[in-house]
Structure formats: C-alpha cells, structure tokens
Design a protein around this ligand. Structure first.
Ligand SMILES: [Zn+2]
Length: 211
C-alpha cells in the first residue's frame, strides 16, 4: 500500500526546508501541485494541454484537473509527500478515495515569529540570491555576497503584506485542517524554534513511530 504523507504549514513556517530535508532522508516522492501542473504543460501531456487551455482562457484550474494530474504522478510510487495539497476539503475528500493519508503533519508557528522570519528576508534582484538579516546575513549589509548587487525587500515581505498572506492562508487552509484534525494520523509540530535541525528531528520522530 502506498504511504501518503501530507505537510501543512503557513508561509514562513519553514515547510519548504523541512520538506527537502525529509525527502532527502527517506527518498519519498515529493508532490508539489504547482510544479506538476507546469511540468504537464511543458511536456504537453493530455492533461497538460487541457490546463494550458484553461490558463489561456483566464479561468482558474479546477480541483478535478489538479487531482487528475496528481493521480497520474503518484501511480506506482511507494511513498509520497504532499506539499501544498490538498488545498480544499473537496481535494481532501478525493484524496481519501485514491491515496488515504497515513500521516498529516501541521507545522505551526506564532504570527510574530512568521512575520520576523519573512520580513527579515532580503533578495538580490540581479542574481536572485536570498538572505536574511538575522538568519543568513550577507557579509556586507545590503550587498549581495555573490554579485555585489543591492539587496531589496520584496513588497510581499513587508509586515502588512505578510499579515494579509497569513490571513488568506488560514482562510483557505483552516477547513482542510478541521477535516483532518480528529484523525489519529493528524499531528502538530511546533515550528517556532530557529533551530531547523531540531524541528526536522521532531518531525522524523513522528514519522519513525508511524513506520
Ligand atoms: Zn546577487
């Protein structure tokens, strides 16, 4: 039977970092719907052509199209990690039918912590390098280590914009969290610490118990 793991987490919670470390460690197949959609469009698969047509018409890509792409991608896989899916209760219900989750991990951090992490981010418009005023400082303040470009803060990373991103995230995701919350497979990992390794270790402990 396929092992299906879901990671849920707000922007700034560090989910991307935990995902890549865990995928490396266990060799799981990483499913990111956004990437899968782009890949299908690029490779002009049957679904990819449908997606391209929807995108060209300016319509939103509906749940069934996303689910179709995911179903194809995970066929024959032993273990998959979903990152950014399911986004709606409908998607979650459908997932139960073809790959019922064996583990759902919800990464949580306080809003102040998330704002601190995201608002400290600085990017280089020249080479796209990413720094953080506290966690990954550049050698010279405001100057890119790689190309000496002037670092900037993205509009998305200003505190007010971050709060809005979080509000939208919670509005969309809370119903999915509630859908899973009462299940035995639903676990919460505290992601407030700046010690990434300890968060990854806590996550692995939960995974190992589950295996
Ligand atoms: Zn640069």
């Amino acid at each position: 039977m396929m092992k299906t793991v879901i990671f849920i987490g707000a922007p700034g919670v560090g989910k991307g970092t935990y995902t890549s470390k865990i995928v490396d460690k266990y060799g799981w197949f990483h499913v990111s719907p956004g990437e899968l959609l782009r890949e299908n469009v690029r490779e002009k698969t049957e679904l990819g052509n449908k997606i391209a047509a929807v995108m060209q018409s300016g319509d939103l890509i509906d749940d069934d199209l996303v689910i179709g792409v995911i179903k194809n991608a995970i066929e024959g896989k032993d273990s998959v990690l979903f990152d950014g899916f399911p986004r709606t209760v409908y998607q979650a219900e459908k997932l139960d039918d073809f790959a019922k989750p064996s583990l759902i991990i919800n990464f949580v951090a306080d809003e102040e912590k998330i704002v601190e992490r995201l608002s400290g981010r600085r990017v280089c418009p020249e080479c796209e390098a990413i720094f953080h005023v506290k966690n990954i400082p550049s050698k010279v303040e405001g100057v890119c280590d790689k190309c000496s470009g002037a670092l900037v803060q993205r509009k998305d990373d200003l505190p007010e914009a971050i709060k809005e991103r979080l509000r939208v995230f919670h509005e969309l995701t809370q119903p999915v969290v509630e859908f899973y919350r009462e299940r035995e497979e639903f676990k919460v990992v505290d992601a407030n610490s700046d010690d990434v390794d300890s968060i990854v270790e806590n996550t692995m402990n939960i995974i190992n118990v589950d295996q």
